[in-house]
Design a protein around this ligand. Structure first.
Ligand SMILES: *Cc1c(COP(=O)(O)O)cnc(C)c1O
Length: 485
């Protein structure tokens, strides 16, 4: 038990509550009895119930200590590329917790849910405005489910034209969920290579596009953090052959108020409310991946849809061409409240500023680490920048060693080995909510690690050394997980 000695209160070997319990301890005190005792029903005194006897303070400390083993955006910087782990203002959580929202029952009839329906209707309107599209559904529970919904919409559209088609073009800089969603919908993903600038050349799309291809899925900005500059030309090529353009808008925090996805040629796009629009995420909690569409896809949107007439909000299932439901009730409503609150509290000006800051912070990071780490695409980036371990490889230090060492410096590691187009990728997304001071600390930590790699690579091979759990056998953990004790 030596390692439990310390002054920080951080006990690293926390026993189970069962090991902590002492017979006779209890976590409540009742007022002194002033009536005669009545015997309890023997069945109620089930001895078989194996619960530990604990005081209130035992329990509070146990769970508080466990919570300190975790790392989250509220504890420190979390530059996990592609995931937008920005700080989410607590105001939005508070509003989602208002009893009128938190306790609203999804089976209440529309006349008794006017506030909730109005919020959903207005949120759809805001998202449509932010993206430059025509209509939206709030049902999908995550980005990937938004993609699947988008694919189903594409399928329904093509079927209504007489042929559902069989393939989807997916560039190598798309998010990994894109080809998976296309395949889940029965489409065959056709890979297309990005060029030396890290973006998609229009010619490659022209070559791949034919009458059997339903469309293209473009992540923009792409997973290299680069803006797909040929997107308008690409959209023209796809549309000319009767295809549709799917925009993966999970990275919308880079372009809010700056890019009009609709005018760019996108027909259908999803957003990640749990990235761009202020829902804490990272632990697999609820999210929302609303899908926005242009006019020609509106008839196929999931039902029920929220309609408004004369200030009254109703739910309508009356869309015969709809793809149906993609989520129970109306989606993850608490996430919708947070997004609504975030958008209303920011306003158009500040949303745009958030995007500008996201881009500025990523470029600042990129410029400061250029030369320290290999930068495969040396050009202005959007919300994230991608380095590789090419320089450190000479010292037999890999991306994994570098980011494990970063944990010793108190940062969550960035996304690694993704996108696949960069060998040993290190994908850093500082996000818009980090101050220059905290980004400078991250840059300093990375520089110190690069210097350690030169001087004493062993430090990195053995990292992390300050964390509760040291270097883990990640393959073993995935292949033969030990889930108890
Ligand atoms: C995160 C992300 C997704 C997937 O979103 P989930 O909510 O994790 O399903 C899709 N595309 C991009 C570009 C993303 O960053």
């Amino acid at each position: 038990m030596k390692e439990t000695l310390g002054t920080t209160g951080l006990t690293l070997r926390e026993p189970l509550l069962w090991e902590r319990g002492k017979e006779g301890r209890c976590g409540f005190s009742l007022p002194r009895r002033d009536v005669d005792p009545a015997p309890l029903d023997a069945d109620l005194l089930a001895d078989s119930l194996d619960l530990p006897d604990l005081s209130e303070v035992d329990v509070v400390r146990h769970y508080t200590r466990l919570s300190q083993w975790n790392f989250g955006v509220d504890a420190g910087m979390y530059p996990l590329g592609s995931c937008t782990m920005k700080y989410n203002p607590k105001l939005n959580d508070r509003l989602a917790g208002l009893p009128g929202f938190a306790e609203a029952h999804p089976l209440l009839p529309a006349p008794l849910s006017q506030g909730a329906l109005r919020l959903m209707h207005e949120l759809e309107h805001f998202l449509v405005e932010i993206t430059g599209m025509d209509a939206a559904t709030l049902q999908p529970a995550a980005g990937a489910q938004g993609e699947l919904t988008g694919m189903l919409l594409m399928y329904a559209y093509h079927r209504s034209k007489g042929a559902p088609r069989s393939k989807i073009i997916v560039p190598d800089t798309a998010h990994g969920t894109n080809p998976a969603s296309a395949a889940l919908c029965g489409y065959r993903p056709v890979p297309v290579k990005s060029n030396a600038q890290g973006i998609l050349p229009a010619e490659a799309v022209a070559e791949a596009m034919d009458d059997e291809t339903a469309g293209i899925m473009v992540t923009n900005p792409n997973t290299l953090g680069l803006f797909e500059e040929n997107i308008q030309e690409i959209a023209r090529i796809v549309h000319r052959k009767g295809g549709l353009v799917y925009g993966d808008g999970a990275n919308m925090n880079a372009v809010m108020g700056i890019v009009d996805m609709g005018r760019m040629g996108v027909d259908v796009l999803h957003l990640n409310l749990h990235k761009t629009f202020s829902t804490p995420h990272g632990g697999g909690g609820p999210g929302a991946g609303p899908v926005c569409v242009k006019e020609h896809l509106v008839p196929f949107l999931p039902v029920p849809r929220v309609l408004e007439s004369g200030g009254e909000y109703v739910l309508s299932e009356d869309f015969p061409d709809s793809i149906g439901k993609v989520h129970a009730f109306y989606g993850n409503f608490g996430v919708l409240v947070r997004a609504y609150s975030y958008i209303r509290s920011m306003g158009a000006e500040d949303l745009k500023k958030a995007s500008q800051l996201a881009v500025l912070n990523a470029n600042y990071t990129k410029e400061n680490l250029k030369g320290v780490f290999h930068l495969p695409y040396d050009r202005p980036c959007m919300h994230e920048c991608v380095f590789s371990d090419k320089f450190q490889k000479e010292r037999k230090v890999s991306t994994l060693d570098i980011v494990k060492r970063l944990m010793d410096y108190g940062f969550h590691p960035p996304t690694v080995y993704f996108p696949l187009v960069v060998n040993g990728a290190i994908m850093i997304e500082p996000t818009e909510t980090e101050s220059k001071d905290s980004i400078d600390l991250l840059i300093e930590a990375f520089k110190a690690i690069a210097e350690e790699a030169e001087r004493d690579p062993e430090l990195l091979w053995n990292a992390p050394s300050c964390c509760k759990v040291k270097r883990m056998d990640e393959t073993g953990a995935a292949r033969s997980p030990c889930l108890c004790g």
